[in-house]
Design a protein around this ligand. Sequence first.
Ligand SMILES: Nc1ncnc2c1ncn2[C@@H]1O[C@H](COP(=O)(O)OP(=O)(O)O)[C@@H](O)[C@H]1O
Ligand SMILES: [Mg+2]
Length: 215
Amino acid sequence: MEPPPSHGRLITLEGGDGAGKSTQANLLAARLERAGNQVVATREPGGTPLGQELRRLLVTPGDDPPVARAELLLYLADRAQHVARVIGPALARGAWVVCDRFTDSTLAYQGAGRGLDEAQVVGLSGFATGDLSPDLTLWLALDPAEAARRRADRGLADRLEQEGIAFQSRLATCFARLAAKEPERWRTVAAEGDVATVAARVWAAVADRFPEVAG
Ligand SMILES: Nc1ncnc2c1ncn2[C@@H]1O[C@H](COP(=O)(O)OP(=O)(O)O)[C@@H](O)[C@H]1O
Ligand SMILES: [Mg+2]
């Protein structure tokens, strides 16, 4: 028998608002668990008690919205806490960690979206995570207009989701560029179609990257 991995695996889900990340992250975590794995499902921002506070500050439209640099640092504070308290310890005990958004969201939203310098965002992100990089990143790629329809069905938009289609298109261009730069780490998953169809694509991508998980 194979010895258990001494170090777990970090899978992140990325994509624009309404692409189906949260839906698919939950389904993937459940499926990995059914396959007999130790799984931690978590999200950003808000994966720790401190992160919950930061999430509230980030998503609630207020009178004094954070400027782009402040927004970046709030996300990175959330991530630093999350890596130190949740993700790092889970990986150390050999768990699979499924994380709804991670560093690539920061590159897309605060870099491409808000126009902050990408090299600076990369450097600060590395500081926040101790250079932790996912083993697999799934990009749920969905036409921004379709994503907007899904968000409308869901109800009220939060502060970042209120950005328009042009903003969402910049995010998509950025995710495509990041994925092309690191093809080993990234898998692009077509996010159109019903939930079960997309879940099957997600599982195929995970099994492609980690053949051992498919049994
Ligand atoms: N494949 C799908 N087809 C139609 N609606 C979907 C699909 N996946 C998710 N949804 C719905 O679309 C909305 C956005 O999905 P969600 O998982 O919250 O996206 P995200 O986390 O990427 O913003 C939710 O109301 C969800 O129930
Ligand atoms: Mg979500």
